[in-house]
Design a protein around this ligand. Structure first.
Ligand code: PBG
Length: 326
């Protein structure tokens, strides 16, 4: 391509020209909105490090779900903040747990809103790790058993998709088998297959009170320096029966989103995590960045990198803006 036959600026001259040749579309169709469900009634507590994000009781979560549906967003993913935490995370496995209650209420009130659930012990354990701890180590195989019970309990409550985020080995296959045995063969698995040990989860851990009391998660989450390993993780989970593969976080890992998408021919999700949300909110509050433009640019980039769906705390803000024609 040579100048002056080719003038790159020719097709950038007006918004209508730009619209004609725009390669990536952003639409609420691709968003999943995270909800933090807490015990009680009429509870709506804003998370300090995540302006606009709240811990919600079940009744309030249903109200939020209605708003999400009204904005054309297909689904929500639920995280639980239990009444009590213990070493085994037992509150997370109970059919009477806060997430299970929220799933039932959402499915009853808003049957066509997709309900995803995060399957992990860290929200329910008193030590804050994602599994059973023995001698300072998170035990893989024993943890997988508990994750299977949690996934089945979420499916029984009516979850459409379960999303294991613990990073234990072999859990996708085990969960698939447990779901099928329980008659939940139509419940899909969105695997957090490629989940990095990231500093960008900080605000989430405030929201879910799930910061590890000792050590960190580097013994089970991935090293941010690795890319080939992401493909191994993703391939393994596809072989075990994952319906969709997630890369998390999103913005510092767009190369990984692209590699996974190119390699797998599977639906790929990216989690635009709490720290990515908090950074923009903080900068915007200081007047340092244009919130709406930066938000749309971030979400468009995640789509351009190859993500089919985006889990994002911006879902409602972005859907409102897109509705107005952003
Ligand atoms: C649970 C889980 C975490 C996130 C999603 N599921 C926290 C963690 O691994 O520490 C983070 C989401 C976010 O930061 O928005 N394991």
């Amino acid at each position: 391509m040579h100048f002056p036959e080719y003038r790159a600026r020719r097709m950038r001259r007006t918004e209508n020209l730009r619209r004609l040749v725009r390669e990536t579309r952003l639409s609420p169709d691709h968003f999943i909105y995270p909800l933090f469900v807490a015990p009680g009634q009429k509870v709506r507590r804003e998370v300090a490090s995540m302006p606009g994000v709240f811990q919600l009781s079940v009744d309030e979560a249903v109200r939020e779900g209605a708003e999400v549906r009204e904005l054309g967003i297909p689904g929500v993913i639920l995280f639980g903040i239990p009444e009590r935490k213990d070493a085994q995370g037992s509150e997370g496995l109970k059919d009477s747990g806060v997430v299970q209650k929220a799933v039932r209420a959402l499915k009853e009130e808003l049957p066509d809103l997709l309900v995803l659930t995060d399957v992990c012990l860290c929200e329910y354990t008193d030590h804050g790790h994602c599994g059973l701890v023995q001698g300072g180590d998170v035990k893989n195989d024993d943890t997988v058993e508990l994750l299977c019970r949690m996934a089945v309990s979420h499916a029984k409550a009516g979850a459409d998709i379960v999303a294991p985020s613990d990073m234990m080995d072999g859990r996708v296959g085990a969960i698939r088998e447990a779901l099928d045995e329980g008659g939940h063969e139509n419940v899909a698995i969105l695997s957090y297959a490629v989940k990095y040990a990231s500093a960008f989860y900080g605000p989430f851990r405030d929201a879910a009170h799930s910061t590890p009391k000792f050590g960190d998660r580097r013994g089970y989450q991935m090293d941010p320096a690795n890319g080939d390993e992401a493909l191994r993780e993703a391939l393994m989970d596809v072989d075990e029966g994952a319906d969709m593969i997630m890369v998390k976080p999103a913005l510092a890992y767009l190369d990984i989103v692209r590699r996974v998408k190119d390699e797998l021919n599977m639906p790929v999700a990216a989690y635009n995590v709490s720290g990515e949300y908090a950074m923009l909110k903080a900068a915007a509050q200081n007047g340092w960045l244009d919130h709406d433009r930066a938000m749309i640019e971030m979400l468009t980039s995640i789509r351009r990198a190859g993500a089919d769906l985006i889990l994002t705390y911006f879902a409602k803000d972005a859907a409102r803006l897109l509705r107005r024609g952003a």
